[in-house]
Design a protein around this ligand. Structure first.
Ligand code: ATR
Length: 302
């Protein structure tokens, strides 16, 4: 059903309104009692989140139902409210609704407040909690999966849009030696530098001002989506550097190909981050942390 919100499966949800069904058909209690979650976005058909959360649920023995929900571009709030009213426990939020979800939440975690974007909602009696697990997902992928400790490293973060904003504070919290934020429009990098000043030092610049090589270069621009390459100098990677593209695609992105050709010795795309941010959401909702390694391996083998 393109362009319209998909209906929620009432039988699978645990809303107060379904109590009579539970009482009447106690033999179906297992299916009726499953907690409902969804990822909401537009488009959404490509989303791997239902697969990832189904794997997490299977692995941890959690009884839940997780689906993809397509909302009209102007219909996020009503779709989220309807999902909540029908018993939904939580949602992941993806493009283009993360900023709207930030305004929709009635309470925010500190990292979501700073990111000005929410990718995880939790519906509770006290209200709607908004969190942003993207930065934590990136940091976990870098440190736990790729074995790249951020402390004391020189990091170049490319981009000053929502994707960069969402990971800035978690990166700074790891105390890198230097974090340079580069953007095609340098004024946007400057604005973020000022906004995050309390969380650590950021050097902000445009691509023409880049001089020193970096141990980690992260692409948080949307350039890979457009088949474009930010104008990086060829000397931007130290020997042994890690190049990380937050996007992922079947073939290596232009940025990763550029990195391989110009001295980066390690390349990573955003699949690990995708699974790790999902694991953070799952842990918030269910109180149990899934094992991400087998799920990352499954996605990479597809
Ligand atoms: P998102 O929320 O995905 O970060 P966004 O807010 O539109 O999306 O930001 C996109 C980012 O990618 C911006 O930093 C943009 O640079 P500008 O601020 O100068 O527009 C950056 N970007 C997009 N295409 C790019 C390219 N070809 N080269 C360099 N930077 C690019």
């Amino acid at each position: 059903m393109r362009g319209a919100m998909q209906p929620v499966s009432r039988m699978a949800c645990n809303g107060a309104g379904f109590l009579p069904i539970i009482l009447l058909f106690s033999h179906t209690e297992h299916a009726v009692m499953s907690d409902c979650y969804a990822v909401i976005g537009n488009p959404i058909a490509h989303s791997q989140s239902p697969f990832i959360h189904a794997e997490f649920a299977r692995q941890t023995g959690q009884d839940l139902h997780y689906r993809a929900l397509l909302a009209p571009r102007d219909g996020f709030t009503s779709a989220a409210r309807q999902f909540q009213a029908e018993g939904g426990k939580g949602m992941n939020v993806t493009v283009p609704f993360k900023e709207e979800a930030w305004r929709f939440a009635t309470q925010l975690t500190e990292r979501a407040r700073l990111a000005e974007a929410v990718n995880t909602l939790q519906f509770g009696a006290e209200g709607i909690l908004g969190d942003n697990t993207d930065g934590a997902g990136l940091v976990r992928d870098l440190q736990n999966n790729l074995g790249f400790s951020l402390s004391g490293k020189t990091i170049l973060l490319m981009g000053a849009g929502g994707a960069a904003r969402g990971v800035l504070q978690p990166l700074l919290a790891q105390r890198p030696a230097r974090l340079t934020l580069v953007n095609r429009t340098p004024a946007r990098a400057d604005a973020l530098k000022r906004q995050f000043a309390a969380h650590g030092e950021i050097l902000a610049c445009g691509y023409a001002a880049l001089a020193q090589p970096h141990q980690l270069v992260i692409n948080a621009t949307s350039s890979s989506l457009h088949g474009a390459l930010p104008p990086l100098p060829e000397t931007i990677f130290t020997p042994g550097a890690l190049a990380y593209d937050m996007m992922y695609a079947k073939e290596p992105t232009l940025f990763l190909r550029f990195a391989a050709a110009h001295g980066a010795s390690r390349l990573a795309d955003g699949v690990g981050m995708l699974v790790e941010q999902a694991a953070e959401s799952f842990t918030l909702w269910r109180g149990v942390r899934p094992d991400t390694a087998p799920v990352i391996a499954l996605l990479k083998s597809c």
